[in-house]
Design a protein around this ligand. Structure first.
Ligand code: XMP
Length: 516
């Protein structure tokens, strides 16, 4: 599926905030893509960007092995914005001088604007200085020929630079972060003022172009989609259905590791509120058997993954002549970003990753250009109700990776009962939508307690609640004590077999969100 949008190209030099640059640009309704800084000039030409942003990064341009992009990009007649490392690289590549600063500039700084056009056009003129956020060890000491400083700060005589004739600009500060109060103005000036982009990247226009592309690609063939009830697969299914109607069949596999009532409510939702054709398969007994005696987290994940592929394949074979698999892969999963390169496999997220190879199906991934918040917006555009759009993420392996140790029907029952209470209280207190995820985990130990006059020796439930924007990093949620107290009391009083509740106060990294 090849859709051409007017775009800004972001060359990634490994900054933690590269994705943020992309999101800020898309918030302006302009499409952009992140690529590694090593992208060839030919590929850049093919992508035909309206403008190029060179991101920040942890390296120093003064190092011998500093990452450099092809200097030929300054010959393409395309506007270029360098941010932090990107600005220093532009300076060096075009003949200026960058040195290690005597004093590193980190955090908030005041910017004095020297040239009120270009990136700084249209700013409120009453102010003399503007707050920006800096994070750099090197600084520009001398700008290249035909460049000039367009702003300065106490520690950076060249806090921003501009070419006097060509559309090349650089900023030492980070316009993409919220602490840079004029960040949005700076990015808008670049994408609209200098690159002449139009704000036409909306979910409404995305639906019409994508629907046409899917129709063209699929023709008269059959498509299947694994439906989990999560946002990504629901939106994928709704979008593909909008394009090809009943040529799409969705398959929902109950792996027996779902929450209480979840399978029923998912199926009821799709059958009553959408026109999707959904086949449901109850494979809970099969999965429980496969997981018997397994305690190792990776082994659990693998067995659940293979089991899923197995069942899905059988169902697809019954349909016959299926050519495509629709999958809800998102943009953060496909960015070949410098920051993530070489990252170790922490957990094997299986989803339906193994399916296309096993089944020799072609993939339709209509969400692969979108961030999560855009997927939610798209879901609303497609008419999916808020309850489906704002569900917290739930992992493919389900409660299987929230039971530490062996998964048995009895232990699943204990966890399910505790989990219902967590969900109920998170919802009634209004915290369900404020946090990224909130759930119970069953620990593999028993502790001593006292109930009435009796000694007890029972299970421990851990409560895990995190705040996050993309699950790459997360912090534990600072829930009110009375809410924590209520959840704990209810679990201990209402769930037989539990006599202790603990609250997980670890952030990610170094911990992960799920316990396995
Ligand atoms: P971790 O535990 O790696 O989780 O910090 C990050 C996010 O991913 C979810 N998660 C999964 N989702 N299949 C999924 O579809 C999986 O195997 C899986 N494992 C973790 C997790 O709930 C969190 O939102």
């Amino acid at each position: 599926m090849n859709i051409q949008h007017e775009k800004i190209l972001i060359l990634d030099f490994g900054s933690q905030t590269t994705q943020l640059i992309a999101r800020r640009i898309r918030e302006q309704k302009v499409y952009c893509e992140i690529h590694p800084y090593t992208l060839s000039l030919d590929r850049i030409r093919e992508l035909a960007p309206m403008g190029i942003v060179m991101s920040g990064g942890p390296a120093s341009v003064c190092d011998d092995d500093a990452p450099v992009s092809d200097p030929g990009l300054y010959q393409l007649g395309v506007p270029v914005l360098g941010i932090c490392y990107g600005a220093q690289l532009m300076t060096q590549q075009l003949g200026g001088r960058v040195e290690q600063a005597k004093k590193r500039e980190f955090g908030k700084a005041d910017l004095e604007i020297l040239f009120r056009g270009g990136l700084f056009a249209g700013l409120e003129t009453g102010a003399r200085r503007y707050q920006v956020w800096m994070s750099h060890g090197d600084r520009i000491e001398e700008c290249p020929a035909d460049f000039e400083a367009s702003s300065q700060s106490d520690h950076s005589p060249f806090a921003a630079i501009r070419h006097k004739k060509e559309p090349f600009v650089g900023v030492q500060f980070h316009p993409e972060v919220a602490h840079t109060l004029i960040g949005t103005d700076v990015l808008r000036n670049f994408i609209f003022g200098m690159c002449n982009c139009k704000p036409n990247w909306t979910m409404h226009s995305f639906v019409s172009t994508t629907v046409l592309a899917i129709r063209k690609m699929v023709g008269e063939d059959k498509v299947i989609c694994a439906l989990s009830g999560g946002v990504d697969s629901s939106v994928t299914a709704a979008l593909v259905h909008r394009a090809i109607g009943d040529q799409l069949t969705c398959i929902y596999v109950n792996n027996g590791l779902m929450r209480t009532g979840e399978t029923e409510s998912i199926l009821q939702f799709f059958r009553e509120k959408t026109r999707l054709k959904v086949i449901d398969v109850d494979a809970s007994e099969y999965f429980l058997k496969e997981l018997e005696g397994i305690v190792d987290p990776e082994e659990k994940r693998k067995r659940i993954g293979y089991g899923f592929i197995n069942i899905f394949e059988q169902e697809a074979a019954k349909l016959g002549n299926v050519k495509y698999l629709a999958q809800g892969t998102l943009y953060p999963d496909v960015i070949e970003s410098v920051s993530f390169r070489g990252a170790a496999v922490i957990k094997s997220h299986h989803n339906v990753g193994g399916l296309p190879e096993v089944m020799k199906l072609d993939l339709i991934e209509p969400l692969r250009d979108l961030f999560k918040d855009e997927v939610r917006e798209l879901g609303l555009e497609l008419g999916l109700p808020e309850e489906a759009i704002y569900r917290q993420p739930f992992p493919g392996p389900g409660l299987g990776i929230r039971i530490m140790g062996e998964i048995t029907a009895e232990r699943l029952d204990v966890l399910r009962k505790a989990d219902v209470i967590v969900l109920e209280d998170m919802k009634t207190s209004g915290y369900y939508r404020k946090v990224w995820q909130s759930f119970a985990v069953l620990l593999p130990i028993q502790t001593v307690g006292v109930m009435g006059d009796e000694r007890t020796y029972e299970n421990v439930i851990a409560l895990r609640c995190v705040d996050s924007v993309d699950a790459m990093t997360a912090d534990w949620s600072k829930l009110p004590y009375d809410l924590l107290g209520r959840i704990s009391n209810r679990i201990i009083n209402e769930v037989r077999g539990v006599n202790r509740v603990v609250f997980d106060i670890s952030s990610k990294p170094p911990s992960t969100i799920e316990w396995e």
